[in-house]
Design a protein around this ligand. Structure first.
Ligand code: HEC
Ligand code: HEC
Ligand code: HEC
Ligand code: HEC
Ligand code: HEC
Ligand code: HEC
Length: 413
């Protein structure tokens, strides 16, 4: 009996253990697969989605839905590594495809391993099944609606505040008049009022009129108006040289909402310096031609790109953000080292039809962020010693101001 019981408990334990083991095995299997897909997704979104869709839709290159039915992995891997080499080798499928897409050149990705490319294709295949028709078209429209609302937010708030202020003043006046009416009323009995034959409301209104004529009210109103005018003047004075909200018309109606938003082209595909250098760079017409030698050739706006190239005159984009020469700003320091997003400083560019300056770009703006923002020190050996020293002195996290972010010479030549 006893023996049996122990065996039973041991068996039970074993069952649990093996169940856990089996579950663990499946979990690890699934997570490896999910990890592969996640890596595939990342590679796809960072590189391929610029030119390909997971549907049938042609972007720059063909839609990749059903690619595994058309091509084998053995063909795709060398193709992604070096499309021009496959075309040059005379591969009929490649040559036909190349001609069909107006000789648009696909970027070569010699750096990705066969396994990585397989994950990308697996991701595309999985996505193609998920996206299958209905929901696909809806997203850009929704994006459009929110962006319109977002764009007018800044100015709207101010109007709402002013309107609220005006309402508050009116309510104050009304309340004061009611209070004064009531004090008067409390000194006379209802009988005497009725005897005078004047209805209550009318009396209140009359008292209101008296109040607006009173000198105290006039001084109050004058003071309020002076204050408002004063504030506007001071704002305007401080605003000299500040171009927040500046959104000039550009020589070509280039839309970030379309390119960076709807087609999800990475910012650094065009702004090539943004993670590497001081300036972000404005793309040359050649970068536009990677796509527009095939896309929308007939559009008058696209014709302007061709004309600029033919005449060898760069497109005259109007500069939006511009710090005075006395200040030094470096993109790579903020995006790459600091780990900041473009939106931290530029707002939702990917939702803008026309680029608008969203931050003031004043010294106060830079300093304010340097006071508040923690240094992105994780995994950066450069900061290890500094963090150690800092932590031995205080419990506060290491802020940009602690690494010299408030020193004049860091931002001024
Ligand atoms: C700059 C645009 C561009 C980028 C980026 C790009 N491709 Fe392409 N791709 C093309 C074009 C264009 C073609 C059609 C052939 C041609 O014109 O060279 C093509 C063709 C293909 C084909 C063959 C399609 C078919 O229907 O047979 C595959 C597969 C492919 N690309 C995969 C990828 C993958 C994977 C990535 C990302 C790692 C990628 N491409 C990134 C432009 C691009
Ligand atoms: C297809 C190319 C392309 C992509 C992708 C792109 N941009 Fe641009 N960007 C441009 C061009 C061209 C201009 C100049 C014309 C203009 O201001 O619209 C510009 C201008 C800008 C400016 C204003 C520059 C100035 O004069 O001060 C900012 C800021 C900017 N882009 C940020 C972004 C961000 C953030 C992203 C990603 C979300 C992005 N861009 C993606 C092409 C691109
Ligand atoms: C990676 C591909 C890609 C690049 C690079 C690119 N575009 Fe585009 N562009 C597109 C796509 C896709 C469309 C949408 C075409 C459509 O509506 O059928 C488009 C549309 C446009 C349009 C609207 C045309 C019209 O009449 O509707 C303009 C203007 C434009 N692009 C300008 C530019 C400029 C300027 C550059 C370079 C700074 C550029 N594009 C770079 C893919 C690209
Ligand atoms: C910490 C704030 C900050 C972040 C983050 C930031 N920018 Fe900027 N950006 C600026 C300032 C400030 C300027 C004006 C620089 C000047 O006039 O010297 C600027 C200018 C630009 C310009 C105009 C060209 C140039 O280099 O002057 C482009 C394009 C641009 N940014 C794109 C981007 C993109 C894309 C990202 C994200 C990858 C980004 N920025 C992230 C602050 C920022
Ligand atoms: C959104 C927040 C933010 C804004 C706005 C911002 N910065 Fe920074 N800045 C940072 C961060 C975070 C770092 C730290 C990056 C690092 O780890 O080196 C930094 C670092 C710097 C450094 C290097 C400091 C050092 O001691 O190494 C300089 C110089 C600098 N910023 C200049 C500017 C200027 C000029 C402006 C305004 C035009 C500005 N920053 C606006 C967040 C910001
Ligand atoms: C984080 C970066 C940063 C630091 C630190 C910084 N400045 Fe500036 N400063 C700027 C920027 C950006 C401007 C230009 C924008 C503006 O005029 O507001 C500027 C403008 C100025 C101007 C010109 C003001 C004008 O109206 O033209 C003076 C003077 C100046 N700074 C002095 C200093 C002194 C002194 C220090 C040290 C105590 C200092 N700054 C530290 C970023 C910085």
């Amino acid at each position: 009996m006893f023996c049996n019981k122990t065996i039973m408990t041991i068996m039970k334990r074993l069952k649990n253990v093996s169940l856990i083991a089996i579950l663990g095995f499946f979990a690890s299997f699934v997570s490896v697969k999910a990890q592969d897909l996640a890596e595939g997704e990342q590679i796809y979104k960072n590189n391929c989605s610029t030119c390909h869709a997971v549907t049938d839709e042609v972007v720059v290159g063909p839609g990749l839905k059903g690619i595994l039915q058309r091509r084998t992995i053995d063909w795709i891997v060398p193709w992604v590594h070096n499309p021009q080499a496959v075309i040059a080798s005379g591969d009929k499928y490649a040559v036909d495809l190349y001609n069909k897409y107006n000789k648009a050149q696909m970027t070569a990705y010699p750096g990705y391993s066969a396994a990585q490319i397989t994950s990308v294709i697996a991701y595309i295949d999985a996505q193609a099944k998920v996206v299958a028709a209905p929901a696909a078209g809806a997203t850009p429209v929704a994006g459009g609606a929110t962006s319109a609302a977002g764009a007018s937010n800044g100015g709207m708030m101010e109007y709402i505040m002013i309107a609220l202020l005006a309402v508050m003043v009116l309510v104050l006046v009304a309340l004061l008049s009611i209070v004064s009416s009531l004090t008067k009323l409390s000194t006379i009995t209802p009988d005497s009022l009725e005897a005078q034959g004047i209805p209550l409301l009318q009396r209140i209104a009359e008292n209101g009129k008296k109040l607006t004529r009173s000198s105290a009210f006039k001084t109050g109103a004058a003071l309020l108006i002076t204050l408002l005018i004063g504030k506007a003047t001071i704002d305007a004075a401080y605003g000299i040289g500040i171009h927040k909200g500046y959104a000039p018309e550009q020589p070509i109606q280039f839309s970030h909402k379309l390119h960076a938003g709807q087609y999800e082209i990475n910012c650094n595909y065009c702004h090539t310096g943004v993670y590497k250098g001081k300036g972000a760079n404005i793309p040359s017409a050649n970068i536009c031609m990677n796509c527009h030698n095939a896309i929308k050739r007939e559009s008058p706006e696209i014709q302007k790109i061709y004309r600029s190239l033919e005449k060898d005159e760069p497109i005259q984009w109007v500069r939006v953000h511009n710090l005075p020469d006395l200040a030094y700003f470096n993109h790579a320091q903020h995006t790459n080292v600091g780990g900041l997003e473009c939106t931290n400083c530029h707002g939702e560019i990917a939702k803008m039809e026309v680029v608008q300056q969203r931050s003031s770009l004043t010294m106060g703006w830079c300093i304010d962020c340097h006071r508040k923002t923690n240094v992105n020190a994780k995994g950066n050996a450069y900061y290890d010693k500094l963090v150690e020293l800092h932590n031995s002195e205080t419990k506060e996290p290491l802020k940009v101001q602690d690494i010299g972010g408030l020193e004049c010479s860091k931002c001024h030549y």
